[in-house]
Design a protein around this ligand. Structure first.
Ligand code: FNR
Length: 364
């Protein structure tokens, strides 16, 4: 019997081919940040308040104007059909059933249209900037037509981080799967498989065209081709948070890409507060990275997040049990978060304050 979200990982490991499990589980280089994303949560403790009537607890919130059931959402993770034949479709259905938001990855193995056809739901699209801006413009139109509500531009991946197990395993997308969002977009050389070795490992058809020159001007450009709100995913410093607001971002996601890019960046929960302070309430700040417990969600909210996204627990539960697995993960995080609120004396998200936690940087 599964009693918490981390237990799905062992089941997924058993079920999946080694190459696939390793791709999902791994982080960059020494995986220091991968461990730290979890460890840092354990250095934040609670200051619970007692004797508050918690017979009614409200977890609902609003993200970019959309009301959802809880501040727990699904982060974009690539190639989910490697985990389960229904891949992103099962994930989208589980998100809708839980009345929460899913961000679909650029590297998805189902298209935005296929995801939209699973039924109503609030979905955002994660974008990797590509060298060919015409392809990006066509892709964004496709995303808009499919009814997606926002774009999360990933800004921490001008180069692919070194995930050494993927290099060892010669990781590649299984031949029966494709990057569905790009079909029919006239990708030119993207369709050709580049087999030139470790630098282009991973989605070989895809990585060579990632835009390495991505910069603040591109954030502005993106706003000229779409009226969808743009979140910047991968901000870790106050300096960049201020620039993000100035560049017109509608929100910030504090993320280190699940520790898959630059190793030895801090845990996201350690970087959150400086970003929140720099944003000064002008845009919402979200967090992903290492969220595995309702207590983690509470800690992020207490440090100023407007919500969190989860990555690997969704992937592993999908591999273990398809849509039912993802539903279970969302339900378990919901229930744990509700319990944490109750035991801390908070009846609504706005009652969660900085005083409900004490961090290692608060202590002398
Ligand atoms: C990711 N992540 C990611 N991010 C993104 O912007 N586009 C993508 O396609 C992917 N793909 C991807 C695949 C896998 C297997 C993982 C584990 C992660 C990063 C993801 O959105 C998120 O930042 C992290 O997964 C959050 O950390 P946790 O919850 O996995 O610890």
């Amino acid at each position: 019997m599964i009693t918490n979200v981390t237990e799905f990982e062992a089941i997924a490991k058993e079920k999946l081919p080694k190459m696939v499990y390793d791709y999902y589980a791994s982080g960059a280089e020494d995986e220091w940040t991968l461990k730290e994303n979890r460890n840092a949560f354990s250095r934040i403790l609670f200051r619970p308040r007692i004797l508050v009537d918690v017979s009614k607890i409200d977890l609902t919130t609003t993200v970019l104007g959309y009301k959802i059931s809880m501040p727990i959402m699904i982060a974009p993770t690539g190639m989910l059909k490697m985990a389960h034949p229904e891949g992103e479709l099962a994930t989208a259905r589980a998100a809708s059933a839980a009345s929460t938001i899913m961000i679909l990855s650029s590297s998805s193995t189902c298209s935005v249209d296929e995801v939209a056809s699973t039924g109503p739901g609030i979905r955002f699209f994660q974008l990797y900037m590509l060298k060919d801006r015409n392809v990006v413009a066509r892709l964004v139109k496709r995303v808009e037509r499919a009814g997606f509500k926002a774009i999360a531009l990933t800004v921490d991946r001008p180069f692919l981080g070194r995930r050494e197990v993927d290099i060892k395993n010669r990781f590649t997308l299984p031949p029966h799967l494709t990057f569905k969002n790009f079909e029919g977009l006239d990708l030119g050389k993207l369709d050709k498989i580049d087999d030139s070795g470790p630098v282009s490992y991973g989605p070989k058809q895809f990585d060579p065209d990632i835009e390495r020159s991505l910069n603040w001007k591109d954030v502005k450009w993106l706003q000229t081709i779409t009226s969808l709100p743009i979140l910047l995913k991968g901000v870790l410093t106050a300096e960049d948070a201020r620039l993000a607001v100035e560049a017109g971002a509608a929100g910030i996601i504090v993320s280190n890409h699940g520790a898959r890019q630059l190793d030895y960046v801090p845990a996201t929960i350690s970087a959150l507060e400086e970003v929140v302070k720099a944003a000064q309430g002008r845009v919402p700040v979200f967090l992903d990275g290492g969220v595995r417990r309702g207590t983690d969600v509470f800690k992020a909210m207490a440090l100023g997040a407007s919500g969190v996204f989860v990555g690997r627990p969704v992937v592993f539960s999908l591999a273990a049990d398809g849509e039912a697995g993802v539903r279970k993960v969302l339900e378990m995080l919901h229930d744990e978060f509700e319990l944490t609120m109750a035991l801390s004396g908070c009846r609504s998200l706005k009652e969660i304050t900085r005083d409900h936690v004490v961090t290692d940087w608060d202590r002398p």
